[in-house]
Design a protein around this ligand. Structure first.
Ligand code: HAM
Length: 477
């Protein structure tokens, strides 16, 4: 499989070769500001617009992690034949009430919703599986060869309590497959995301469970409710309500006392129908075969109502700190979802969504160093006339396909050479007043520090030749 993602290796710091000892300029010294910290303090009495709680900017120096994740996703999706799909951010409220479920935290407490000017109750989507099912029905995709496989990426909104790795606007990458109930589909989705995360440097473990069919769950729900009735004085107020309305949701509660009570709760695996049990066993066999590490978690039910049979969560291994309470991703089978929304009876489905912020956080915590794209040439200029001519020369380079960077906004050669060093370029071109008059450009070999004056009109051909030779010698490029 062609893999476009570079393995996460340690970035090689090139020594600074500029003759003079260069003081790092202030703007380069500045670390990116933590988006959760207030920005620069303002003079007294002046107020600056602030971010909403739980919302964040994704700053340029973090983008490399997002790019790596997106590229790995795209490559995986191509390999496994998932086609890109995008959904609107606003959807009708009823879409999520009917699917995610009225008694879930997401719908009960976390919806960003409002009435629009036409009087429709709309919400900013809290997830995208319901949208995927809606799109599958709306566009008559049951007439396509099945399974129909989508992947998507985008922001979701949940009015949750913000903490590390938990935001009110967060991004997900998701994969959904409609139209097949075969356990190989569940397994394929799990193997795919496991490998996707592995490719970018994250070792994960999958927590697995099966919650059977709606019918087989009935008896379990009764058993679960009678267990919790005996513990009523130990559970939180929300759980007392859940006990009456939707006992499965008792197992989602994160309140300390409720987590303790859950430990001895009956396990759904003991109540599974034969078909669900076989389905689950087949998936586990596939995972064994593919070498994907998993743990059985008999109380895992996931906080959304549309699941049946398979449910799973993806956790990074060796988790420490606050983020350890958060799964990187989760998914499962939802064979009743399409029918629930008015689509063809019995249309099966299965999918997963990964939290992009949590992945980026994990990459940073594990100090996975993304390899920045290599730049070959830096274009440095000194003085107005050099800038003027430089713009054209720079554009010629860009069009020639040579990877080139500039810093036209910077005046001093020192700063520009330092930037060139930081980028690890092979050559820096220097254009000053004198060179403009002479029709020449200085070419500086960054490895040896040697400088050469060349004819400006032939600069592209000269640099192509030089780069060919230099890259032939440098095996890392
Ligand atoms: P979910 O477990 O609600 O499932 O979300 C999936 C992932 O999104 C989580 O594991 C987490 O990484 C990320 N996530 C969720 N909430 C937040 C938050 N507030 N801040 C940061 N990240 C968050 C679903 O959304 C299902 N639609 C998954 C699915 C797809 N099931 C089948 N297909």
């Amino acid at each position: 499989m062609p893999n476009k993602i570079k393995a996460p290796v340690k970035k090689i710091e090139k020594p600074i070769k500029v003759e003079e000892k260069i003081e790092e300029p202030e703007e380069l010294k500045k670390k990116s500001s933590d988006p959760e910290q207030p920005v620069v303090p303002l003079p007294k009495g002046r107020k600056t617009p602030e971010l909403l709680r739980g919302f964040r900017d994704i700053l340029p120096d973090e983008q490399i992690y997002w790019e790596i994740l997106r590229e790995a996703t795209k490559s995986m999706a191509e390999t496994y034949s998932f086609d890109r799909i995008d959904f609107p951010i606003l959807e009708k409220e009823e879409l999520f009430i009917r699917t995610v479920g009225k008694q879930t935290d997401i719908v009960e407490k976390e919806i960003y919703g409002f009435e629009d000017k036409g009087g429709d109750k709309v919400v900013m989507r809290p997830e995208m599986t319901a949208s995927a099912a809606r799109a599958y029905i709306n566009h008559g995709m049951l007439n396509l060869p099945q399974p129909v496989k989508f992947f998507y990426e985008g922001p979701n909104f949940r009015y949750d309590r913000p903490q590390a790795g938990r935001y009110r606007q967060f991004y997900q990458i998701g994969f959904e497959a409609f139209g097949s109930s075969e356990p190989i589909i569940d397994a394929q989705i799990i193997v795919m995301v496991y490998n996707l995360l592995k490719t970018i440097g994250l070792e994960t473990n999958i927590r697995m469970n099966s919650i059977g069919t709606q019918d087989s769950r009935q008896a379990y729900k009764t058993e679960l409710a009678s267990y919790y009735r005996t513990k009523k004085n130990q559970i939180c107020e929300d759980c007392k309500r859940r006990l009456l309305k939707n006992p499965m949701r008792l197992l989602d509660c994160k309140v300390e006392g409720c987590v303790a009570v859950k430990a001895d709760a009956p396990q759904i695996l003991d109540w599974l129908d034969e078909e669900s049990k076989n389905h689950f066993m087949r998936i586990l066999e596939f995972l064994d075969e593919a070498g994907v590490p998993y743990t059985l978690d008999p109380h895992l039910v996931r906080g959304l109502d549309y699941y049946n049979r398979t449910v799973f969560e993806i956790w990074t291994v060796n988790d420490e700190g606050e983020r350890a309470q958060n799964a990187i991703g989760g998914g499962g089978r939802y064979d009743g979802l399409v029918e629930l929304l008015g689509g063809r009876e019995g249309t099966p489905g299965c999918g997963v969504a990964l939290g992009m912020e949590r992945i980026v956080l994990a990459l940073k915590e594990l100090k996975v160093q993304p390899t920045a794209k290599k730049v070959d040439v830096f274009f440095a200029q000194l003085g107005d006339s050099a800038r003027r001519v430089g713009l054209k020369v720079f554009e010629d380079f860009r069009q020639s396909g040579i990877s080139v960077r500039e810093a036209f906004g910077k005046g001093s050669l020192k700063t520009q050479l330092e930037l060139a060093n930081k980028l690890g370029v092979l050559f820096t071109l220097i254009l000053g007043q004198k060179e403009v008059l002479d029709g020449t450009i200085i070419v500086r070999d960054m490895e040896s520090g040697a400088q050469e004056i060349v004819d400006a009109s032939k600069i592209i051909q000269i640099m192509k030749k030089k780069l060919e030779i230099a890259k032939g010698l440098d095996t890392k490029r």
